[in-house]
Write a protein that binds this ligand. Structure first.
Ligand code: FE
Ligand code: FE
Ligand code: ZN
Length: 291
Protein backbone atom coordinates (compact mmCIF):
# COMPACT_ATOMS: atom_id res chain seq x y z
CA UNK A 1 0.00 0.00 0.00
CA UNK A 2 1.21 3.47 -0.90
CA UNK A 3 1.95 5.47 2.24
CA UNK A 4 1.10 9.03 1.26
CA UNK A 5 -0.18 11.99 3.23
CA UNK A 6 0.50 15.61 3.94
CA UNK A 7 1.36 18.07 6.57
CA UNK A 8 -1.78 18.66 8.70
CA UNK A 9 -2.66 20.94 11.63
CA UNK A 10 -2.66 19.95 15.30
CA UNK A 11 -5.24 21.91 17.27
CA UNK A 12 -5.65 22.40 20.98
CA UNK A 13 -9.22 21.06 21.18
CA UNK A 14 -8.94 18.06 18.88
CA UNK A 15 -5.21 17.18 18.95
CA UNK A 16 -4.18 13.88 17.29
CA UNK A 17 -7.81 13.02 16.54
CA UNK A 18 -8.26 16.29 14.64
CA UNK A 19 -5.03 15.78 12.72
CA UNK A 20 -6.18 12.28 11.77
CA UNK A 21 -9.59 13.56 10.62
CA UNK A 22 -7.93 16.19 8.45
CA UNK A 23 -5.61 13.54 6.95
CA UNK A 24 -8.54 11.19 6.27
CA UNK A 25 -10.42 13.99 4.53
CA UNK A 26 -7.56 14.14 2.00
CA UNK A 27 -7.57 10.37 1.41
CA UNK A 28 -4.21 10.03 3.18
CA UNK A 29 -2.67 6.84 4.53
CA UNK A 30 -0.27 8.74 6.79
CA UNK A 31 0.34 12.35 7.92
CA UNK A 32 2.74 14.77 9.62
CA UNK A 33 2.23 17.63 12.08
CA UNK A 34 3.92 19.96 14.55
CA UNK A 35 2.81 19.37 18.16
CA UNK A 36 2.46 23.16 18.53
CA UNK A 37 3.43 26.32 16.66
CA UNK A 38 6.70 25.58 14.83
CA UNK A 39 8.14 29.00 15.70
CA UNK A 40 7.55 28.97 19.47
CA UNK A 41 7.76 26.68 22.47
CA UNK A 42 4.21 27.01 23.82
CA UNK A 43 2.95 23.45 24.10
CA UNK A 44 -0.46 22.42 25.37
CA UNK A 45 -0.81 19.35 27.59
CA UNK A 46 -1.77 16.24 25.64
CA UNK A 47 -5.15 14.64 26.27
CA UNK A 48 -4.87 10.87 26.75
CA UNK A 49 -8.55 10.54 25.87
CA UNK A 50 -8.14 12.20 22.46
CA UNK A 51 -4.96 10.21 21.82
CA UNK A 52 -6.70 6.88 22.49
CA UNK A 53 -9.68 7.88 20.33
CA UNK A 54 -7.23 8.72 17.54
CA UNK A 55 -5.41 5.40 17.87
CA UNK A 56 -8.70 3.50 17.63
CA UNK A 57 -9.83 5.47 14.60
CA UNK A 58 -6.46 4.86 12.94
CA UNK A 59 -6.94 1.10 13.35
CA UNK A 60 -10.39 1.33 11.78
CA UNK A 61 -8.92 3.23 8.86
CA UNK A 62 -5.80 1.13 8.36
CA UNK A 63 -3.40 3.89 9.30
CA UNK A 64 -0.35 2.67 11.19
CA UNK A 65 0.80 5.05 13.94
CA UNK A 66 4.37 3.92 13.08
CA UNK A 67 4.00 5.74 9.75
CA UNK A 68 2.88 9.01 11.34
CA UNK A 69 5.49 11.76 11.61
CA UNK A 70 6.06 14.70 13.92
CA UNK A 71 8.16 17.64 12.70
CA UNK A 72 10.33 19.32 15.33
CA UNK A 73 9.89 23.11 15.59
CA UNK A 74 12.39 25.07 13.50
CA UNK A 75 13.45 27.29 16.38
CA UNK A 76 15.56 24.36 17.57
CA UNK A 77 19.14 24.83 16.35
CA UNK A 78 21.52 22.15 17.56
CA UNK A 79 24.41 23.63 15.54
CA UNK A 80 24.60 26.83 17.56
CA UNK A 81 26.58 26.24 20.74
CA UNK A 82 26.02 29.78 22.06
CA UNK A 83 25.48 28.93 25.72
CA UNK A 84 21.82 29.59 26.57
CA UNK A 85 20.51 28.77 23.13
CA UNK A 86 22.27 25.40 22.93
CA UNK A 87 20.92 23.99 26.17
CA UNK A 88 17.50 25.43 25.37
CA UNK A 89 17.42 23.57 22.04
CA UNK A 90 18.57 20.34 23.64
CA UNK A 91 16.00 20.51 26.42
CA UNK A 92 13.18 21.43 24.12
CA UNK A 93 13.97 18.59 21.74
CA UNK A 94 14.03 16.14 24.66
CA UNK A 95 10.52 17.36 25.56
CA UNK A 96 9.33 16.96 21.97
CA UNK A 97 10.60 13.37 22.00
CA UNK A 98 8.58 12.76 25.18
CA UNK A 99 5.47 14.18 23.50
CA UNK A 100 6.02 11.82 20.56
CA UNK A 101 6.21 8.90 22.97
CA UNK A 102 2.94 9.96 24.64
CA UNK A 103 1.30 10.09 21.20
CA UNK A 104 2.74 6.68 20.23
CA UNK A 105 4.73 8.27 17.41
CA UNK A 106 8.17 6.85 16.60
CA UNK A 107 9.53 9.32 14.06
CA UNK A 108 10.51 12.95 14.63
CA UNK A 109 11.90 14.96 11.69
CA UNK A 110 14.54 17.53 12.57
CA UNK A 111 16.35 20.23 10.59
CA UNK A 112 19.96 19.49 11.56
CA UNK A 113 20.71 23.16 12.24
CA UNK A 114 22.45 26.30 10.96
CA UNK A 115 26.02 27.06 12.00
CA UNK A 116 25.29 30.85 12.08
CA UNK A 117 28.90 31.74 11.23
CA UNK A 118 30.60 29.26 13.57
CA UNK A 119 31.69 27.27 10.53
CA UNK A 120 30.68 23.93 9.15
CA UNK A 121 33.00 21.81 11.26
CA UNK A 122 32.02 23.25 14.63
CA UNK A 123 28.35 23.30 13.62
CA UNK A 124 28.42 19.59 12.80
CA UNK A 125 30.29 18.83 16.01
CA UNK A 126 27.65 20.71 18.03
CA UNK A 127 24.85 18.75 16.35
CA UNK A 128 26.57 15.44 17.09
CA UNK A 129 27.18 16.32 20.75
CA UNK A 130 23.59 17.45 21.21
CA UNK A 131 22.18 14.28 19.62
CA UNK A 132 24.43 12.14 21.79
CA UNK A 133 22.84 13.83 24.79
CA UNK A 134 19.23 13.56 23.53
CA UNK A 135 19.02 10.15 21.84
CA UNK A 136 19.76 7.94 24.87
CA UNK A 137 16.90 9.62 26.78
CA UNK A 138 14.19 8.52 24.31
CA UNK A 139 12.80 5.73 22.14
CA UNK A 140 11.89 8.27 19.47
CA UNK A 141 13.84 8.08 16.21
CA UNK A 142 15.20 11.45 15.15
CA UNK A 143 15.26 11.80 11.36
CA UNK A 144 17.71 14.37 9.97
CA UNK A 145 16.13 16.26 7.08
CA UNK A 146 18.19 16.97 3.98
CA UNK A 147 18.30 20.76 3.58
CA UNK A 148 18.32 23.20 0.64
CA UNK A 149 21.43 24.98 1.92
CA UNK A 150 20.02 28.47 2.37
CA UNK A 151 22.01 30.68 4.74
CA UNK A 152 24.30 28.58 6.89
CA UNK A 153 22.08 25.48 6.94
CA UNK A 154 23.82 22.18 7.56
CA UNK A 155 22.57 18.90 6.10
CA UNK A 156 22.68 20.29 2.56
CA UNK A 157 25.01 17.48 1.43
CA UNK A 158 24.84 13.74 2.00
CA UNK A 159 28.41 13.97 3.29
CA UNK A 160 27.30 16.27 6.12
CA UNK A 161 24.41 13.94 6.98
CA UNK A 162 26.85 11.02 6.96
CA UNK A 163 29.26 12.89 9.26
CA UNK A 164 26.48 13.46 11.79
CA UNK A 165 25.26 9.85 11.65
CA UNK A 166 28.81 8.53 12.02
CA UNK A 167 29.34 10.73 15.08
CA UNK A 168 26.15 9.59 16.78
CA UNK A 169 26.58 6.67 19.18
CA UNK A 170 22.95 5.53 19.20
CA UNK A 171 20.76 3.67 16.74
CA UNK A 172 17.61 5.83 16.94
CA UNK A 173 18.85 8.17 14.22
CA UNK A 174 17.66 8.25 10.62
CA UNK A 175 17.15 10.43 7.56
CA UNK A 176 14.21 12.30 6.02
CA UNK A 177 14.74 13.12 2.34
CA UNK A 178 13.04 16.26 1.01
CA UNK A 179 12.84 16.32 -2.79
CA UNK A 180 12.61 20.13 -3.02
CA UNK A 181 15.55 20.59 -0.68
CA UNK A 182 17.64 17.95 -2.45
CA UNK A 183 17.10 19.59 -5.83
CA UNK A 184 17.81 23.04 -4.39
CA UNK A 185 20.97 21.60 -2.86
CA UNK A 186 22.12 20.42 -6.30
CA UNK A 187 21.03 16.76 -6.41
CA UNK A 188 19.30 16.03 -9.70
CA UNK A 189 15.96 14.36 -8.91
CA UNK A 190 15.34 13.59 -12.60
CA UNK A 191 18.04 10.91 -12.33
CA UNK A 192 16.74 9.39 -9.13
CA UNK A 193 18.30 5.97 -9.63
CA UNK A 194 21.73 7.61 -9.70
CA UNK A 195 20.84 9.41 -6.48
CA UNK A 196 19.68 6.15 -4.87
CA UNK A 197 22.91 4.50 -5.95
CA UNK A 198 24.83 7.28 -4.19
CA UNK A 199 22.75 6.77 -1.04
CA UNK A 200 23.45 3.03 -1.20
CA UNK A 201 27.17 3.52 -1.78
CA UNK A 202 27.32 5.79 1.26
CA UNK A 203 25.35 3.22 3.30
CA UNK A 204 22.62 5.75 3.96
CA UNK A 205 19.65 4.24 2.11
CA UNK A 206 18.72 1.95 5.03
CA UNK A 207 18.55 5.04 7.25
CA UNK A 208 15.84 6.76 5.18
CA UNK A 209 12.57 6.58 7.17
CA UNK A 210 10.49 9.40 5.67
CA UNK A 211 10.37 11.37 2.41
CA UNK A 212 8.98 14.88 1.98
CA UNK A 213 7.53 15.09 -1.51
CA UNK A 214 7.63 18.64 -2.85
CA UNK A 215 8.20 20.28 -6.19
CA UNK A 216 10.48 23.35 -6.22
CA UNK A 217 9.88 26.91 -7.43
CA UNK A 218 13.59 27.13 -8.25
CA UNK A 219 16.04 25.33 -10.53
CA UNK A 220 18.63 22.74 -9.52
CA UNK A 221 21.17 24.09 -7.04
CA UNK A 222 19.29 27.34 -6.25
CA UNK A 223 19.58 26.95 -2.43
CA UNK A 224 16.25 28.77 -2.01
CA UNK A 225 13.82 26.30 -0.34
CA UNK A 226 10.52 27.39 -1.83
CA UNK A 227 8.12 24.50 -2.28
CA UNK A 228 5.77 24.18 -5.27
CA UNK A 229 2.74 21.96 -5.93
CA UNK A 230 3.43 18.56 -7.48
CA UNK A 231 4.12 18.92 -11.19
CA UNK A 232 4.13 22.74 -11.20
CA UNK A 233 7.81 23.29 -10.48
CA UNK A 234 11.30 22.48 -11.72
CA UNK A 235 11.26 18.81 -10.65
CA UNK A 236 8.11 18.04 -12.62
CA UNK A 237 5.38 15.44 -12.28
CA UNK A 238 7.12 12.46 -13.90
CA UNK A 239 10.25 12.70 -11.75
CA UNK A 240 8.19 12.95 -8.55
CA UNK A 241 5.86 10.10 -9.52
CA UNK A 242 8.86 7.89 -10.14
CA UNK A 243 10.16 8.65 -6.64
CA UNK A 244 6.78 8.16 -4.95
CA UNK A 245 6.13 4.81 -6.60
CA UNK A 246 9.74 3.55 -6.47
CA UNK A 247 9.98 -0.13 -5.44
CA UNK A 248 12.97 0.46 -3.15
CA UNK A 249 11.08 3.12 -1.19
CA UNK A 250 7.77 1.25 -1.00
CA UNK A 251 7.36 1.12 2.78
CA UNK A 252 8.58 4.62 3.53
CA UNK A 253 5.93 7.22 4.46
CA UNK A 254 5.78 10.11 1.99
CA UNK A 255 4.56 13.53 3.06
CA UNK A 256 3.44 16.47 0.93
CA UNK A 257 4.46 19.92 2.17
CA UNK A 258 3.28 21.71 -0.93
CA UNK A 259 1.83 25.21 -0.62
CA UNK A 260 -1.82 26.07 -0.12
CA UNK A 261 -3.50 27.57 -3.19
CA UNK A 262 -5.27 30.81 -2.24
CA UNK A 263 -5.65 29.54 1.33
CA UNK A 264 -7.09 26.19 0.17
CA UNK A 265 -5.34 22.92 1.04
CA UNK A 266 -4.35 21.19 -2.23
CA UNK A 267 -3.71 17.78 -0.68
CA UNK A 268 -6.90 15.89 -1.54
CA UNK A 269 -6.52 16.62 -5.23
CA UNK A 270 -2.74 16.21 -5.21
CA UNK A 271 -3.06 12.78 -3.58
CA UNK A 272 -5.69 11.77 -6.17
CA UNK A 273 -3.35 12.88 -8.93
CA UNK A 274 -0.50 10.88 -7.39
CA UNK A 275 -2.62 7.74 -7.06
CA UNK A 276 -3.80 8.09 -10.68
CA UNK A 277 -0.25 8.84 -11.87
CA UNK A 278 -1.70 11.45 -14.18
CA UNK A 279 -0.87 15.14 -14.10
CA UNK A 280 -3.78 17.56 -13.93
CA UNK A 281 -2.70 20.95 -15.22
CA UNK A 282 -5.95 22.47 -13.88
CA UNK A 283 -5.29 21.30 -10.32
CA UNK A 284 -4.79 24.77 -8.86
CA UNK A 285 -8.06 26.10 -10.33
CA UNK A 286 -9.88 23.03 -9.01
CA UNK A 287 -8.42 23.52 -5.54
CA UNK A 288 -9.64 27.11 -5.47
CA UNK A 289 -13.10 26.21 -6.74
CA UNK A 290 -13.61 23.17 -4.49
CA UNK A 291 -16.90 23.49 -2.53
FE1 FE B 1 11.31 20.42 7.32
FE1 FE C 1 10.60 19.15 4.33
ZN1 ZN D 1 11.45 23.28 2.86
Amino acid sequence: MLKIGSHVSFKKDTQLLGSLDEALSYGSTTFMFYTGAPQNTNRIPLSKDLTIKAWNKMKENNINIKDVIVHAPYIINLANSEENKYQFSINFLKQECKRCEELGIEKLVLHPGSHVGLGEELGLKNIINALNEILPTTKTNILLETMAGKGTELGKTLEQIKTIINGVKYLNIGICLDTCHLSDAGYDMSDFDAFLKKLEDMELLNKVKCIHINDSKNPLGAHKDRHENIGFGYLGFDALIKIIHHKKLENIPKILETPYVDEHAPYKLEIEMIKNKEFDKDLKEKVINEK
